[in-house]
Write a protein that binds this ligand. Structure first.
Ligand SMILES: [Zn+2]
Length: 504
């Protein structure tokens, strides 16, 4: 059984960050956790900035040397340098945005708003398209956020910063998804650090505030940053959807999923798991999307537990999650994973059950993308044949099926029906043979009847024939030609036979 599952088995350590920090990793961050990925990203970015600075210095030195030689300054720098300058300016301005604008909200909002009391009505600036898009959701989120912050001493300050940041994001629409993600993650990080200083030691309290911050901000930013046009998220969505459709023939037995859907409680859990993972797309807040994955996973664990009559292991979980994803084909799966990865509060992804189940879902998707014959216990030729739709999969032998899932009555029912169909086909074939036999028998019989009728006619000539032919022997040969031409009925008899009859 273990060897059969080799293709889908995943060591639990593979879920963790490759840096060995102990947090959950993610394929979107090349196997690193959110923290290590950001460190890596920032190191790379710093390296790029250092390279730019060096290039800039070298360029300047070269220009100075050239200018001094030719006694006039180079007014037209090279094209490459122009581009390079442009990028650098962009980079700098984005840095200014992420650092200054987060914490000086008054630069974006009119001064009047700073003096107004904490109130939902005063928050949206008329030019903010994020507000215009989903005003219903946004207003509700704003009100809830304010209600949550009211009892806090620094509530007003937190709200002002979050609002200013959210509004500043609208002006960054042209940035790539990674940059947008970095802006948001920077904001989460600095706010959470300051909250930690403020509420010394109370991590749970800080986390609950951060959850509300994420909910408020992402409800307002959802339409701007979910599956943005600057990414290939949509292309990836379509690719995985197509892939899942092409894998429609994969059975519970092929994946060695220890789930017996004949048990009502199990099939109920399977349906709920499918519903939950599909529902993820309808949520706008990363944490709410994560909650769908967690609910889905808990239903899966229940389905396994009831089927096996013992607690489910992590080894059982991943293949079952793959099965659920294949059955559900959740809408915009990659976009949702990317959105969570980019904009979720990082501590929710790095630890805890939400993080664990999310990492498993990412693994399940990665498995589906590279699923092959070996992971389904079949030859690669067979796999390709089924994938291309050239042949329907052969049903696994009863022995093979029982080694995976002994209680699969659904499959044995299919077997029975297939046997029945095969039997019917054979019977029809036999009927056809008999029918053909009957047909040829009928022809033979008709011939026989014909012959008999003929011989009867020969032995007992019809009375319409000239009685003289029978009585007067002397006139036979002379009369016969005369009779032939006169009597139509005689045409039915073959002419050569007639003399013989009379001769006999
Ligand atoms: Zn790490």
């Amino acid at each position: 059984m273990m060897s059969q599952r080799r293709g889908i088995h995943l060591d639990q350590s593979e879920l963790l960050c490759k840096k060995g920090c102990g947090y959950y990793g993610n394929t979107a961050w090349q196997g690193l956790c959110s923290k290590c990925w950001r460190e890596e990203y920032q190191r790379e970015k710093q390296q790029i900035q250092e390279d730019w600075a060096l290039a800039e210095r070298l360029q300047r030195e070269e220009e100075e040397a050239y200018a001094s030689r030719h006694q006039r300054a180079q007014s037209q720098p090279t094209t490459t340098f122009n581009k390079f300058e442009e990028r650098k300016t962009k980079e700098k301005s984005s840095k200014v945005n992420t650092v200054t604008k987060f914490f000086t909200p008054s630069t974006k909002t009119p001064p009047k708003k700073d003096s107004t009391p904490l109130d939902a009505q005063s928050s949206p600036s008329p030019s903010s398209s994020a507000t215009r898009h989903s005003s219903g959701d946004s207003d509700h989120a704003t009100r809830e956020f304010i209600d949550f912050l009211k009892p806090l001493k620094s509530g007003k300050e937190i709200f002002k910063q979050c609002r200013a940041f959210t509004e500043s994001m609208v002006y960054k629409r042209d940035l790539g998804a990674d940059e947008l993600s970095e802006c948001v993650q920077d904001f989460y990080q600095s706010l959470s650090e300051r909250l930690h200083t403020q509420f010394k030691g109370s991590t749970d309290h800080v986390e609950s505030i951060m959850d509300e911050v994420e909910k408020y901000m992402m409800t307002r930013l959802y339409k701007e940053v979910f599956c943005p046009e600057t990414t290939d998220d949509e292309k990836k969505d379509l690719a995985i959807q197509k892939r899942v459709r092409a894998l429609h023939w994969v059975t519970i037995e092929m994946l060695c999923v220890p789930v017996d859907e004949e048990i009502p409680e199990v099939s109920d859990s399977v349906v709920k798991a499918i519903t939950d993972v599909i529902e993820m797309d309808s949520k706008h807040v990363p944490k709410e999307k994560l909650a769908c994955i967690t609910r889905c996973s808990k239903h899966i664990f229940n389905a396994i537990k009831v089927s096996k009559k013992e607690a489910a292991s992590a080894d059982d979980f991943l293949p079952t999650l793959i099965y659920i994803v294949l059955k559900a084909n959740p809408p915009r799966l990659q976009s949702n994973i990317q959105y969570i990865t980019r904009f979720c509060n990082p501590s929710r992804l790095m630890t805890g059950e939400d993080g664990y189940y999310f990492t498993n879902l990412c693994c399940a998707v990665a498995f589906i993308e590279k699923l092959d014959g070996q992971s389904l216990n079949m030859s690669s030729e067979e796999f390709e044949l089924y994938m291309s739709g050239q042949a329907p999969p052969l049903w696994p032998q009863v022995t093979g099926a029982s080694s995976c899932s002994p209680g699969s009555t659904a499959l044995s029912q299919v077997h029975q029906r297939l046997d029945l169909l095969t039997g019917l086909g054979e019977r029809q074939e036999r009927v056809m043979v008999k029918a053909r036999q009957l047909e040829s028998d009928l022809i033979d019989w008709t011939d026989e009847v014909d012959q008999k009728v003929q011989s009867v006619l020969e032995n007992f000539p019809p009375q319409t024939q000239n009685p003289a032919a029978g009585t007067d022997d002397g006139t036979t040969s002379a009369a016969s030609s005369a009779i032939d031409s006169e009597n139509v009925e005689n045409e039915l008899l073959p002419p050569p036979l007639q003399p013989q009859v009379f001769a006999g």
